[in-house]
Write a protein that binds this ligand. Structure first.
Ligand code: ARG
Length: 459
């Protein structure tokens, strides 16, 4: 029977029940609903609404419900209850009879679900933080393992300047660091307990809401009951942090898919994160990375979904808000598994150093070096840029690298070039010169690794 049956004489239609029930989705909140209910029972006892003995019996029965059903969501769903709150109350009444009917005194499913979902967000957010840090560590380990590796850096997907592979790894460590702070920030802001806000106007019982908040592990209690029951900012903020982070992961995946392509061949992915083709026996496809790239789409979709659901909703609770969970759960699940998968990809990723180096040496990636050399000989940079452009045109025509020109040939472009030019055109010179904070030189990358306080054997 529904929790609210008394006012009704007619039957609800089967279609409406199917449409309205949220148990198949919110059954994931069983643990949080039990935690919130235990805290509420104790708060009612502190307010002398229940005796301590009653609260303790309710607490025990609630914990029994959790241990009975915690590992069996399918049995929860099979109960046919309307939602997880109704389910827990039904089970409680089965266990302790009429006492179970006292638990909902002064409480509404509106403050209950808001509390449950925040508890869930706190737990899942903490797990995401750990996974973000693990992926950072995997990238740091990879940067250390491949500290000698060099590859072409690109702009417009055209070879631009050589970079160290470690520098590429650390670019993503920086992005993930911002993701970490975004999650921490969201968790900080949501750490405010809505329980005790009632349906919308506040509970009518003398509950010590600060103590209640504390007993549930929240930093403090919400200050306005209307806002407390109708706020879903935390869902939006976590979905938004997830969308940004998935954007980062998708870019990382795309880089690696390209590096792994037959055309580039800079890296090799481990067998354990690739798959074959059912038709073409030679294939080893980067499915893990493609799925990471692909899942960014559904995460963006969920963010748009919850923003649109909340737009223009009148105060306070509206059933529209029941639609908050599916997208959030899917977002956190997708983000969670993508972080784990990306970490696994990094673990056994190998750089084909010779191939990557040779690509870095082609495509006139040292043209900027030649221009800088001309500047060092007193030529203004804009003019140097023009001269080197001409050199490159000739080099392309003759299909050779800049350093393949003889000194006399180079001097035909400008007499300021001397025999020391060649030492400026090597890869080592290109990299070594970028020895500025945030630059790609091996020395800077080493220093950055130290800054990240390199763990030795993690991830
Ligand atoms: N299943 C509902 C949700 O997830 C719980 C709150 C229902 N409140 C109500 N007054 N109908 O939002």
């Amino acid at each position: 029977m529904a929790l609210w049956g008394g006012r009704f004489t007619g039957e609800t239609s089967d279609l409406f029940k199917q449409f309205n029930d949220s148990l198949p989705v919110d059954c994931r909140l069983l643990k949080q609903d039990v935690e919130g209910s235990v805290a509420w029972a104790q708060a009612l006892a502190s307010a002398d609404v229940l005796t301590q003995g009653e609260a303790d019996r309710l607490q025990q029965a609630l914990l029994d419900v959790l241990s009975e059903f915690g590992e069996h969501p399918e049995r929860v769903v099979a109960s046919g209850a309307e939602d997880i709150h109704s389910f827990v109350e039904q089970q409680l009444i089965l266990k302790v009879g009429d006492l179970g009917k006292k638990l909902h005194t002064g409480r509404s499913r509106n403050d209950q679900v808001a509390t449950d979902l925040k508890l869930w967000c706190k737990e899942q957010g903490d797990e995401i933080l750990q996974l973000l840090i693990k992926l950072q560590q995997a990238l740091i380990n990879l940067a250390q393992r491949e500290s000698e590796a060099v590859l072409p850096g690109y702009t417009h997907l055209q070879r631009a300047q050589p970079i160290t592979f470690g520098h590429w790894c650390l670019a993503y460590v920086e992005m993930l660091e911002r993701d970490v702070t975004r999650v921490q920030d969201a968790l900080n802001r949501l750490d405010v307990c809505p329980l005790g806000s009632g349906a919308l106007a506040g509970t009518a019982y003398p509950i010590d809401r600060h103590q209640l908040a504390q007993s549930l592990g929240f930093k403090t209690a919400t200050l306005n009951s209307l806002d407390a029951v109708s706020d879903r900012d935390h869902v939006i903020e976590l979905c938004s942090a997830a969308a940004t982070s998935m954007m980062h992961l998708s870019r990382m995946a795309e880089d690696l898919i390209f590096f792994n392509s037959g055309e580039a061949g800079f890296i090799e992915l481990a067998d354990q994160v690739t798959s074959g083709s059912s038709l073409m026996p030679q294939k080893k496809n980067p499915d893990a990375l493609e799925l990471i790239r692909g899942k960014a789409g559904r995460v963006y979709g969920a963010l748009m979904g919850i923003l649109t659901t909340m737009k223009g909703l009148p105060m306070a609770y509206n059933k529209d808000m029941q639609e908050d969970k599916e997208g959030l759960f899917d977002t956190i699940d997708s983000w969670n598994i993508c972080l784990q998968m990306a970490t696994l990809v990094m673990k056994d990723l190998k750089v084909n150093r010779a191939q990557a180096l040779s690509a870095a040496q082609q495509g006139y990636a040292n043209a900027t070096e030649l221009a800088d050399y001309l500047v060092s000989q007193g030529m203004p940079f804009r003019e140097a840029h023009h001269v080197v452009g001409e050199v490159v045109v000739h080099a392309i025509e003759q299909q050779k690298a800049l350093e393949d020109f003889t000194l006399a040939e180079l001097q035909a472009f400008t007499p300021v070039i001397q025999s020391d030019v060649y030492q400026h055109l090597s890869i080592d010179a290109c990299l070594g010169k970028r020895d500025v904070l945030g630059g790609t030189s091996i020395k800077q990358v080493q220093q950055a690794l130290v800054r990240h306080d390199t763990p030795v054997a993690a991830a």
